[in-house]
Write a protein that binds this ligand. Structure first.
Ligand code: SAM
Length: 263
């Protein structure tokens, strides 16, 4: 097992955790998971055991639980995992785990998902291979792995200029710093300052720094192959959970991958 470099994602999400659900209030996870499950079924998903890697506060996990799947979840951030436990209740096992080193004790799975930019928090291609190999070890022979990555279009749209958004009583200030980017396989950084109203009338400030890497299609495919996985489909995703093909990095906000074991 290679030594894992510390990831800035841990500090980012430890800080953002109490504001994450408000920040992502516009994300329709129920519709997204419905479409992802339809895609997985079209690729022959059989079985009910699902692992949600980088589950965050459980927004990506809850629709799977609601559809009767036997779900396990994990995230690198203890604060995000604690909120997932609160959302999902005692019947769902939520662990603190790094996606680059998923413990065997989690079990084996028919479907593994890793959603909403989580893969973009991996530092480089080596991290990517390590994370994919970690999933490959827990995937049944006929299991399916679905994950998304941000496109260059997404970085152009959300990292090029500052935005201030009010959601409920909370205010989020997002400042992207692209430098020479957006660049294929390049780093994209942003500062997020969240101001959350507290029950006692005070306002809590949550400061988090987000470092994401764009991963081009070639990089993803070669890393999957090196990890013993086979890419079986890539779908482009537009806002409003609209899937279309072929995926285009300059048009779609996300590329959604379906992979299987190469065994
Ligand atoms: C944008 S959130 C997505 C959460 C959830 N999947 C959703 O759809 O709401 C990204 C999540 O990735 C997690 N994460 C980042 N790097 C990780 C790693 N190396 N291992 C496990 N989780 C990681 C963060 O802690 C965070 O909860």
């Amino acid at each position: 097992m290679p030594t894992l470099a510390p990831t800035p994602a841990l500090a980012a999400y430890e800080s953002l955790a109490p504001g994450y659900d408000a920040f992502t209030a516009g994300h329709d996870h129920d519709l997204w998971l419905r479409r992802i499950l339809a895609l997985a079924l079209a690729h022959g998903l059989a079985g009910r055991r699902v692992l949600d890697v980088a589950c965050g506060t459980g927004k990506s996990t809850a629709p799977l639980v609601a559809r009767g799947f036997d779900v396990t979840a994990c995230d690198i951030s203890p604060s995000m995992a604690a909120l997932a436990t609160r959302r999902l209740g005692p019947t769902v096992s939520v662990s603190v785990a790094d996606m680059r080193d998923l413990p065997a004790r989690l079990g084996t799975f028919d479907l593994v998902v890793c959603l909403d930019d989580s893969i973009n928090y991996l530092g480089d291609r080596e991290d990517l291979v390590t994370a994919f190999a970690s999933v490959a070890r827990l995937l049944h022979d006929r299991g399916i792995y679905v994950f998304d990555v941000n496109t260059l279009a997404a970085y152009r749209a959300s990292y090029e200029q500052p935005t201030v958004t009010a959601i409920g009583g909370a205010v989020f200030c997002w400042r992207g710093d692209l430098g020479d980017a957006p660049a294929p396989d390049g780093l994209h950084e942003a500062q997020l300052d969240a101001f959350l109203p507290e029950p006692d009338g005070r306002v809590a400030r949550l400061a988090s720094h987000h470092v994401q890497r764009h991963f081009g299609d070639e990089t993803i495919r070669s890393a999957l192959a090196e990890a013993g996985l086979r890419c079986v489909e890539v779908v482009g995703q537009l806002p409003g959970v609209r899937f279309s093909r072929p995926a285009d990095d300059d048009v779609h906000a996300k590329r959604l991958y379906v992979a299987r074991s190469a065994r």
